[in-house]
Design a protein around this ligand. Sequence first.
Ligand code: TRP
Length: 340
Amino acid sequence: MKRVFSGVQPTGNLHLGNYLGAIKNFVSLQNDHECIYCVVDMHAITVRQDPKILKNNILEVAAAFVASGINPEKSIIFVQSQVSAHAELAWIFNCVARLGWLNRMTQFKEKAGKNRENASAGLYTYPVLMAADILAYHASHVPVGDDQRQHLELARDIAQKFNNDFKVDFFPITEPVIMGNATRVMSLRDGKNKMSKSDISDYSRLNLTDSADEISKKIRKAKTDPLPLPDLSCLDDEEKFKDDIIANRPEAVNLLNIYAALANENIKKVVSIFAEKQFSFFKNELNDISVEVLSPITAEMRKLIDDKAYLEDILNKGRENAHGMASPILKRTKEIVGFY
Ligand code: TRP
C-alpha cells in the first residue's frame, strides 16, 4: 500500500481553502493508502508565534482533521514536535541540501520579504524540515497545494543526493499528489488572490469556525461582476476555464469552483446548472451548500476542542505510531551516514 504524508501548519484561521485544498483530499486518500497527517508546529515557529495561541492552534488543526473525517483508527494523526525524528533527520538533510538549492525557493523570498537579513534561519531551511517530515516515513505520496510544488522538488533532490552520496537506494523519490477542482481557493473579496489566513479582511475567507450566519453574510458580500453567470462556452475542451474568463471574471470562476468542490460535482455540470442565471440566485445555492458542508465540521470541531481528553488520546496514540515508524528509518540513516 502506498504511504501518504502531509502536514498543516497550526497558524490560525483554518479556512475553506485549507479544507478543499488539503484536508478534504486527506480524507479521501484514507481508503486506499496508509496515511500520516501531521500538525507541523515546528514549521509554524519559523515565523514568530504567541505560545498560548500556538498551543490552541495545534489542537484546532487536530480537531479539524478529525471533524473533517480523518479516521484516527485508520490514519495517523500527530504533532510534529512530539516525534524527534523530524528534527534529527532535518539536521542530516541540512548537510545534504545545497545553499544554491535553498536560494532558489520562491516561498522563502516571498515570506522573508524585503528584510531578508532579519528572517529566521529556520524559515530558510524550512523546506529541508519538510523533506525530513516526508522521508522519515519513506512516504511515497504527498498531497499538497500548488504552492508547495517547489518544496517537494527539493525533497526529491535531497533524497536523490543522499542516495547518490552514500551509494544506497534508501530514500524514495516522492510524488506530489495535486488534486481537486478547488486546490486553489481564491479570496471572496478578490478572485485574483488566494484565500489566506493572513488577509486583513475576514470577509475574504470562510473560516472553519464560522457560524452559519457568518458564512451567509460573507457569501452575500462576496465580490461578483455585473454579468449573469457564464455558459458552457467558458470551458475549453478539457473542461477547464479558459484563460480569458479567468482573467476577466476571476470571481465568477472562483465561486463556481468552490460550489463544484463542495458539491463534489464536475465543473461542466455546475456551469451548465447556473449558466445565464443571476449571481443573487447562485449565491443562495452556494450559501446552502457551504452551510450544509461546513456546519457539521464546525460543530464537531467545537465538541472536540471542548472535550480535549479524546483529542489528546488520539494525538498520543498518533505520536507512538509515528515514532514507531520513523525510528528504524532514522536509525538506518544514522548508520548510513557513519554515526557511531
Ligand atoms: N509546508 C506545508 C504548507 O505550508 C506544510 C508541510 C510541512 C507539509 N511539512 C510537510 C506538507 C510535509 C506536506 C508534507 O502547506
